[in-house]
Design a binder for this molecule. Structure first.
Ligand SMILES: Cc1ncc(COP(=O)(O)O)c(C=O)c1O
Length: 400
C-alpha cells in the first residue's frame, strides 16, 4: 500500500492547491477534510504490522509520526511553498528545534541573523550551545557579513525575512549562494510573509520554517509549526528525529491550520493592503519618528522586498514614537479595538511593545543589536475597518 494523493491536475495553481491539496476523502466521501483524532492505527495482521513498523510498507502507524489530517496539512503547505515535502511540528519553535536537531551535531557552527525572533536566539545560542553547537549572529541585511562568518564547520545559515518586528529583509538568493558555496544549508523562517507572498525555496532556500500559529492558522486559535523542504532531507533526516523526539502536531491543530490555509492568500492580500495604508498614515503623524513597512518607499530594502514578496509588504507595521517606553505604552494603552498581545497573524489586529514582550528575555546588548528601542510599537494588522484602527492609535498618539 502507498498513501494516495489527491486527484488534482498536475498543473493546479496556488489558489486551487490552497483549498484542495491533501489526501483523497475517506470512503464516506466527506467534502470538508476529516479530523482523524486517533493516537494509533490498526493493522489487518501481525505480518503487515511488522512491515509497516519496519518502514517496508507505507501506512499510518502512530500519530506521533504520521496521521492523515496532519499529512493533509503537510501536503497542502508543501504545495504552497513549492517544496517536495513538509513536516508539521507542535509549534514554530519546535520546527526550529527539529531543524537544528536534524542538521547539526556537537562541533557544528550556525550563522544566524541577529534580527530573528527572540526565542530563536535563545534556542540556538543557549540550548544548542549547551550541546556543543556554536552560533554566530550577523546583521540580517548584509550578505558580506554572512560570508565573513563562515567557518569550515558551518552547516546551517538561518534567516527570518521580513524580521520581527523591524521588517528587515535579507536577500534569500544571496544567502543561498553563500550557504551552498560552503556546503551548508539555508533555512528561512517565512512566518511574516507566508507562501501567499513569498516562497523562499524559489530563491534557493533549502528549508522553509513556519510558525503555523501566525498567518497559516490566521485566526489566533492554535499553536503549530512546520518545516518544508526536499523529500530526501525531510524523510531521511527530519522524520527519524520526529519519531524519536515527538514534537508532533496534534491532528486537531493540524486541521485548524489546514482550513486556515484555504483563506491564506485572500487574508494576506487584504491585511497587507491595510497595513500599507496604515503605515503611510503613521508616517504623517507628528508623534511618530519612524515607520517600518517593506512596501514603504522609505524602507531600506524596499526594492528587494518587492522582488521577493510578490510586490507586497506583509501585514506587520512597526513604528517608533516620541517619548521612549512612556510614549509606546501610551499608544498601546489608548487602544480599544486592537488586542494587546505579542501574537501576530490574526484577523484581529494585535499591538505590542517588543522591548518588554517578544524581545524582553534578551540582554540590552542583544536588543540594541536587533534595533529594538523602547519607543518601538508593533502592530500586526488584521481585518477591522482601517478608520477604526487609525482612531484607535490616534487616541494614545494624541497624548504624547
Ligand atoms: C518569526 C517567528 N518565528 C517563530 C516563532 C515561534 O513560533 P511559535 O510561537 O509557534 O512557537 C514566532 C513566534 O512569535 C515568530 O514570530
Amino acid at each position: 500500500m502507498t498513501i494516495p494523493r489527491s486527484k488534482l491536475p498536475a498543473d493546479a495553481r496556488l489558489d486551487t492547491l490552497a483549498v484542495r491539496e491533501g489526501l483523497p476523502p475517506s470512503p464516506w466521501g466527506e467534502n470538508s477534510e476529516a479530523l482523524f483524532l486517533t493516537s494509533s492505527f490498526v493493522h489487518p495482521d501481525a505480518a503487515t504490522a511488522a512491515r509497516r513498523f519496519a518502514g517496508e510498507e507505507e501506512a499510518f502507524v502512530y500519530s506521533r509520526f504520521g496521521n492523515p489530517t496532519v499529512m493533509m496539512m503537510e501536503r497542502r503547505l508543501a504545495a504552497l511553498e513549492g517544496t517536495e515535502a513538509c513536516i508539521a511540528t507542535a509549534s514554530g519553535m519546535a520546527a526550529i528545534m527539529l531543524t537544528a536537531m536534524a542538521l547539526l551535531k556537537a562541533g557544528d557552527h550556525v550563522i544566524c541573523s541577529q534580527s530573528v525572533f527572540g526565542s530563536t536566539i535563545k534556542l540556538l545560542a543557549g540550548e544548542f550551545g549547551k550541546f556543543g553547537v556554536q552560533t554566530s549572529f550577523v546583521p540580517q541585511t548584509d550578505p558580506a557579513a554572512w560570508r565573513a562568518a563562515l567557518q569550515p564547520n558551518t552547516k546551517l545559515l538561518f534567516a527570518e525575512t521580513p524580521s520581527n518586528p523591524l521588517t528587515e529583509i535579507c536577500d534569500i538568493a544571496a544567502l543561498a549562494e553563500v550557504a551552498h558555496g560552503a556546503g551548508a544549508r539555508l533555512a528561512v523562517d517565512n512566518c511574516f510573509c507566508s507562501p501567499a507572498l513569498q516562497r523562499p525555496a524559489e530563491f534557493g532556500a533549502d528549508l522553509v520554517v513556519h510558525s503555523g500559529t501566525k498567518y497559516l492558522d490566521g485566526q489566533g486559535r492554535v499553536v503549530a509549526g512546520a518545516v518544508c523542504g526536499p523529500e530526501a532531507l525531510i524523510e531521511g533526516q527530519f522524520v527519524p528525529v520526529m519519531r524519536s523526539a515527538g514534537m508532533s502536531l496534534s491532528p486537531f491543530n493540524a486541521w485548524v491550520v489546514l482550513k486556515g490555509l484555504e483563506t491564506l492568500s485572500i487574508r494576506m492580500q487584504a491585511q497587507s493592503a491595510r497595513a500599507l495604508e496604515l503605515a503611510r498614515w503613521l508616517e504623517t503623524q507628528p508623534q511618530v519618528e519612524r515607520v517600518y513597512h517593506p512596501a514603504l518607499a522609505s524602507h531600506p530594502q524596499h526594492a528587494l522586498a518587492m522582488r521577493q514578496q510578490s510586490g507586497q509588504g506583509g501585514a506587520v507595521v512597526s513604528f517608533v514614537v516620541r517619548g521612549g517606553r512612556t510614549g509606546a505604552f501610551a499608544v498601546i494603552d489608548g487602544t480599544r479595538v486592537c488586542s494587546i498581545t505579542a501574537n501576530l497573524g490574526d484577523t484581529k489586529t494585535t499591538i505590542t511593545h517588543p522591548a518588554s514582550t517578544s524581545h524582553g528575555r534578551l540582554t540590552e546588548a542583544q536588543r540594541q543589536a536587533a534595533g529594538i528601542v523602547q519607543g518601538l510599537v508593533r502592530v500586526a494588522v488584521g481585518l477591522e475597518d482601517l478608520e477604526d484602527l487609525k482612531a484607535d492609535l490616534l487616541r494614545g498618539l494624541a497624548t504624547i
